[in-house]
Design a protein around this ligand. Structure first.
Ligand code: NOJ
Ligand code: CA
Length: 691
């Protein structure tokens, strides 16, 4: 890391800032495209603004903190120091989208004291990248105070217009919504939350804000994404919209006592991130959020292995079976799990997730019971010793499932025991879950207490050399750099919703890359091959709103080092020629090219499989059919590749004819330009093998 404090500049700035009139300083990004301006006003308020190539992105915006301990408002300051530095380095993730990640920014930090005599010192640290800007607040050691309680952080993002916005309501407990696309001034978070609650799928608590990542598009062609990075020991940030002034303000998720965060100095907040470009593809290629997270805290990463898994799972959503063993159609029986192990072993799939294997599912939901599951007591029709031996002999691992039913304290009590139990049964991956209200105190999924809980689980699983897949946590903020055993999170509306609601809209996965997936991998559970769900339950009128080859495309479009092949073996056996793509596709990558993208419309991504010369491409569209143009110029020049293309048949359609496809082979090279038709709600997948 190059660290170059420019004291002369800092000294000069100090003089400028102490002048009586308002005074401004400018920081340009390394390639000069993004510009940050910072200023102090004579009354002590500080504002920042961001522009890109002379187009304003964020107009002068201020910040303030309201504290309840000590009781004060921090919004007027004296500057006591200014520092600057430049970082330009490259690092290698344990797994990821790229082999090497470039981290290049200019940093400016202001050390401020409260002008109103509380004596509190706060640091404001800005980083300016070529793809945007980020900043955070730091509360260093203070002379007299050790402990702060934050009542509110009011960080402003003042916008230049009434942008097109992709948003979900600011529920304190859930990100599992379909996205709305409206002008900023037309956002109605209450209404959106109420509509969802009406079908009984979300948690009940709502704030009149929206979630981040918040994706916007301006009328003059800029794409702007606002989120946060490195959410640690703090509450998740939501966004309140002042529709009249087109100004966004942060709002932190409260705890059970309506406090927002408890800080013991020295403390830092997460980074507030503003990613901006005139190309939608650049937003998806941005590595800013990851770069703002700390390097891995896990020393020995040899146990961390990207993987695919199948599971006793979708059959609980499509009406075939149940989690609890009291019913006659319990899914997690020894015989049924063996079927999945056989299938996984035959097709080179690493794991088999088993849900409903342990006691407690009879009364797990909405009961306010703190102690439902112990995570170590199998149902009597699930012979864990027999299955452990069976899976081992077939070179497959059982993926553990720990549904906490929102009882995080109970889970903390059992964690060590549960992880030892896993190790004794040859299991090295756990899927956790936090369905329902957080008990016993009524914390929120996205509040500071739970934010810390998820991290404790990531650390504890790492200490047992276990990989983690967390369902219903706060949405990710790039922490997988710091905890690379934390493979994926759900924290968004995944495939499961097709099993019990009106389902996910065909546009859903064209918005998710720009929203939920900006922060990190999602266990989306793709790979459904039977779209109409009347197989077991004639009343399941709704279904999966994609074509079959769009489901294949998800394995490339969705970046995750753990990917489920979510459908049941019998549905795969009906289409083994298409399943071949799921067998072949990688889950870890040396390179990624975002080829085409427009939020809400289409996304096309190419990725180079780790340590190979092979590429995979996935393209998806929304409810509109389109032709995707794929320029293969990223392939090695003068080399030939065998392309296997899995695409929608001519008469394919996500609703009326979703399971028709064509598989064809072609020889291609870096001069080839492919034109591929995507059906309405469709997509395609390509594997490219170097010849
Ligand atoms: C919600 C999770 O997202 C889903 O994958 C799981 O099957 C259920 N909870 C039950 O734990
Ligand atoms: Ca879920």
């Amino acid at each position: 890391m190059k660290f170059m404090p420019s004291f002369a500049v800092a000294f000069l700035m100090l003089i400028i800032f102490q002048a009586n009139a308002s005074s401004t300083i400018t920081v340009n990004s390394p390639n000069q495209i993004v510009q940050l301006k910072l200023a102090t006003e004579p009354d002590g308020s500080v504002w920042y603004s961001v522009s890109r190539k002379d187009k304003a992105v964020i107009l002068p915006s201020t910040f303030s903190f309201k504290l309840s301990k000590p009781q004060t408002v921090l919004n007027q300051f004296n500057i006591i120091a200014i520092d600057s530095s430049v970082v330009n380095d490259t690092w290698q993730p344990v797994w990821g989208e790229l082999k090497n990640i470039h981290n290049n920014y200019k940093q400016l930090s202001l050390t401020l004291t409260d002008k109103n005599n509380s004596g509190i010192i706060i640091k404001l640290v800005f980083r300016v990248f070529d793809d945007g800007a980020a900043f955070r607040y730091e509360f260093p050691e203070q002379k007299h105070l050790k402990h702060f309680i934050i009542e509110e952080e009011a960080t402003q993002f003042k916008l230049t217009g009434d942008h097109k916005t992709f948003w979900i309501p600011g529920d304190y407990d859930s990100n599992e919504f379909l996205y709305n696309t409206t002008k900023l001034s037309e956002v109605d978070a209450y209404k959106a939350e109420k509509e969802e609650t009406a079908i009984g799928v979300t948690s009940p608590f709502s704030a009149n804000g929206v979630q981040t990542p918040l994706m916007m598009k301006t009328t003059d062609g800029l794409y702007i994404n606002i989120h946060e990075a490195a959410l640690l020991n703090y509450s998740g940030m939501q966004i309140l919209i002042d529709k009249k002034n087109l100004t966004l303000t942060s709002q932190l998720v409260p705890d059970a006592y309506n406090n927002k965060a408890y800080l013991i100095t020295p403390a830092v907040t997460p980074w507030r991130t503003i990613i901006v470009s005139d190309k939608a593809t650049d937003i998806l290629a941005s590595k800013m959020i990851l770069n703002l997270n700390e390097p891995s805290k896990i020393k020995d990463v040899s146990f961390i292995k990207p993987q695919k898994f199948v599971g006793v799972w979708w059959e609980m959503f499509n009406g075939k079976s149940a989690w609890d063993s009291a019913t006659h159609h319990h899914g997690a029986t020894t015989a049924n799990v063996k079927k999945y192990i056989d299938f996984a072993s035959k097709h080179g799939i690493d794991g088999v997730l088993v849900e409903g294997w342990n006691r407690g599912w009879e009364d797990w939901y909405g009961q306010w019971k703190e102690n439902v599951f112990d995570f170590i007591t199998p149902y009597s029709d699930f012979n864990i010793d027999e299955l452990t031996a069976y899976a081992k002999a077939k070179n497959v691992r059982i993926v553990a499932h720990h549904e906490t039913s929102g009882s995080a304290t109970n889970y903390e009590r059992y964690m060590d025991t549960a992880y030892r139990f896993m190790i004794n049964h040859n299991q090295n991956t756990v899927k956790t879950g936090y369905v329902g209200k957080i008990i016993p105190r009524g914390e929120h999924h996205d509040g500071q207490w739970m934010v810390n809980h998820y991290v404790r689980v990531a650390e504890k699983t790492a200490s047992y050399k276990i990989m983690l897949d967390a369902h219903e946590p706060v949405r990710p903020t790039g922490l997988y750099r710091t905890y690379p055993n934390w493979m994926a999170c759900e924290a968004g509306r995944g495939t499961e919703f097709n099993g019990f609601s009106h389902g996910n809209a065909p546009e859903h996965e064209t918005i998710m890359p720009f929203t939920r997936w900006m922060g990190g991998p999602m266990d989306y559970t793709p790979g459904i091959f039977k779209m109409h769900l009347t197989q077991f339950d004639p009343n399941k009128k709704e279904g999966v709103h994609t074509t079959l080859t769009k489901q294949l495309a998800f394995y490339v479009v969705i970046f995750s080092p753990i990917q489920m092949a979510a459908d049941m073996p019998e549905n795969y056996e009906a289409h083994l020629d298409a399943f071949k793509f799921i067998e072949d596709v990688a889950v870890d990558w040396d390179d990624t090219k975002i080829l085409e993208a427009e939020p809400g419309d289409y996304v096309t991504i190419a990725r180079k499989a780790k340590n190979t010369d092979n590429w995979f491409i996935g393209g998806i569209t929304d409810e509109n059919a389109r032709t995707s143009t794929v320029d293969l110029s990223f392939l090695d020049a003068n080399k030939k590749y065998e392309a296997t293309i899995y695409r929608d048949a001519e008469d394919g359609h996500y609703d009326s004819n979703p399971e028709v496809y064509v598989i064809e082979k072609k020889t291609v090279d870096s001069k080839t330009i492919l034109k591929l038709k995507e059906a309405a709600g469709g997509g395609y997948a390509i594997s490219l093998k170097k010849l």
